[in-house]
Design a protein around this ligand. Structure first.
Ligand code: BTN
Length: 262
């Protein structure tokens, strides 16, 4: 399909939100929407600003990886937030963003989206998107990359992860602006819940989509690897893994699914 522009000359008042998207900064091409949102944060921008691009030249993924895109086909955006929570609770916003994407895609388009803790978005086991949360000063930037249209073969393979696009499962290209609006409205809703102290509720919204429970996993935590069966998510968003040595609670890491776990 020919690529299209997401030019947001459309008005933020189209969004039914309290905070998210009061200002939308559209860039046809940028290094990274996360980096741009962090720059805006440093310059004093208010929370809720959204940076959206048609393509990134230095898109960032988790664990220092690049995030590549097919220009004009993906959703690439970042939301600047200034939460009032404790530092240890910030990571829940990343789970909240994943839940927002999953809820919106399920309710608007009936996509059977699942998650792989902490923030991979999957369809039929293949990765369709991811979340990257970054902080600078007191600001939190939640970046979302979603492979909307185009061919998964054109995207880079991530370590051990097959990629897919929404179009592949929908059977036709999707209007990226509509997908974006639906997700921003969900992010706003979840952020309101988070700021009102409903952190466990936000984790619960995420938990409904989680695919790793009961699976054999190896979780990469820095240089260490914890292997066992993923059993549950705590109300703080940490992953419980039952290992040969006992139960292990993991706050951050990368889950690798191990063959023979179903
Ligand atoms: C992952 O590794 O799964 C997370 C990928 C997050 C990519 C998005 S694209 C928009 C935003 N800007 C970036 O540079 N990264 C995030």
């Amino acid at each position: 399909m020919a690529s299209s522009s997401l030019d947001t000359s459309w008005c933020p008042s189209e969004l039914a939100t309290e905070v998210v998207g009061h200002s939308i900064r559209y860039c046809p091409r940028i290094d990274s929407t996360n980096e741009q949102a962090l720059r805006l944060a440093e310059a004093g921008a208010a929370e809720g600003v959204v940076v959206v691009a048609d393509t990134q030249t230095a898109g960032r993924g988790r664990r220092g990886r690049r995030w590549l895109d097919e220009p004009g086909q993906a959703l690439l955006f970042s939301v600047l937030l200034r939460p009032t929570c404790e530092q240890s609770q910030v990571a829940i916003l990343s789970l909240g963003a994943a839940a927002a994407c999953a809820e919106s895609l399920a309710s608007e388009y009936s996509f059977p989206v699942t998650t792989k803790w902490p923030n991979d978005l999957l369809i039929a086991g293949d990765k369709v998107g991811g979340i990257l949360l970054e902080q600078r000063g007191g600001a939190v930037v939640v970046g979302v990359g979603l492979n909307v249209n185009g061919r998964p073969e054109s995207l880079q393979a991530q370590v051990g992860t097959a990629l897919t696009t929404l179009e592949k499962h929908y059977g036709a290209p999707l209007p990226r602006k509509e997908v974006l609006v639906g997700i921003l409205e969900k992010i706003d809703d979840i952020y309101q819940q988070f700021q009102a102290g409903g952190l466990a509720e936000v984790v619960d919204r995420y938990r409904r989509f989680e695919s790793v429970f009961g699976r054999r996993v190896c979780v990469h935590v820095g240089q260490e690897v914890v292997c066992g069966t993923a059993t549950a998510l705590t109300d703080s968003g940490t992953l419980l893994v039952h290992t040969a040595e006992g139960e292990c609670e993991i706050a951050a890491g990368e889950v690798e699914l191990v063959a023979g776990s179903e």
